[in-house]
Design a protein around this ligand. Structure first.
Ligand SMILES: Nc1nc2c(ncn2[C@@H]2O[C@H](COP(=O)(O)OP(=O)(O)OP(=O)(O)O)[C@@H](O)[C@H]2O)c(=O)[nH]1
Ligand SMILES: [Mg+2]
Length: 217
């Protein structure tokens, strides 16, 4: 019975996500869903990414958080339009929430929407939100075992960023094992090793996002 209920919820969500995806394609807006654990560095990556891509593209951000608007304020400080969704305890964004948020955006003026999902390695991976691609941030402070323990999010992602590499000398993180497991789970996914705070390794990531964006035009 429980399984049936969950199936229905997902089917309803996916139907809305399909209409959103169609809308984004019609408007030629590239949308990606940024996921990862609490504190992995999603907003830090967004800040670094916006600083570069905003020079060439009109971008808006949708921020998903349980309660606060702190991340939205960080994005607003960069002069980028941002909509905050508070899930009030909910562990992920769903397609209906995105549909509502779109009412506050001028879709005709946008090239790209980046959606920062709620910090969580499980639920966000299960809910389509109309995105063209999913991207996951894993930080070295979380442990190299996370890809195998939370495989779905790594399988579903078109790119995985290994963040906080500046901390590698100080934490017991088996980098080779993590990279091997990510690659086994998702052989075609791109992997970038970065430090968002030290601004290290970001150029290949930024070039890759531009490429994804241009390839679908
Ligand atoms: N040392 C180091 N710290 C980082 C790096 N990237 C982010 N941080 C720090 O990690 C903490 C969390 O970063 P956020 O960008 O807020 O993480 P988040 O994934 O958006 O967090 P939630 O939205 O709360 O899930 C902050 O104190 C950042 O300064 C990095 O590359 N190296
Ligand atoms: Mg954040």
């Amino acid at each position: 019975m429980q399984v049936e209920v969950k199936t229905n919820v997902l089917a309803k969500n996916d139907a809305i996500a399909d209409t959103l995806r169609q809308r984004f394609e019609e408007k030629n807006i590239f949308v990606f869903n940024l996921m990862g654990s609490p504190g992995a560095g999603k907003t830090s990556l967004l800040e670094a990414t916006l600083q570069d891509l905003s020079k060439d593209y009109n971008i808006a951000v949708i921020e998903g958080d349980l309660f606060t608007n702190q991340d939205a304020e960080r994005i607003h400080a960069l002069g980028v339009p941002v909509i905050q969704i508070n899930t009030v305890g909910g562990c992920h964004l769903d397609a209906h929430m995105i549909e509502d948020a779109l009412e506050e955006l001028d879709l005709d003026a946008l090239d790209m929407i980046i959606i920062e999902n709620v910090g969580n390695l499980v639920c966000p991976a299960e809910f389509e939100i109309g995105e063209a691609m999913k991207v996951t941030v894993l930080s070295v402070t979380e442990g190299e075992d996370k890809p195998l323990k939370y495989p779905l999010i790594f399988k579903e992602s078109k790119a995985v960023l290994l963040n906080k590499i500046d901390l590698l000398p100080y934490v017991p993180f088996n980098r080779e094992q993590a990279l091997k497991d990510i690659n086994n789970l998702n052989p075609t996914g791109a992997v970038f090793e970065v430090s968002c705070t030290a601004k290290d390794g970001l150029a290949p990531w930024l070039a890759w996002v531009r490429e994804q964006m241009e390839n679908r035009r």
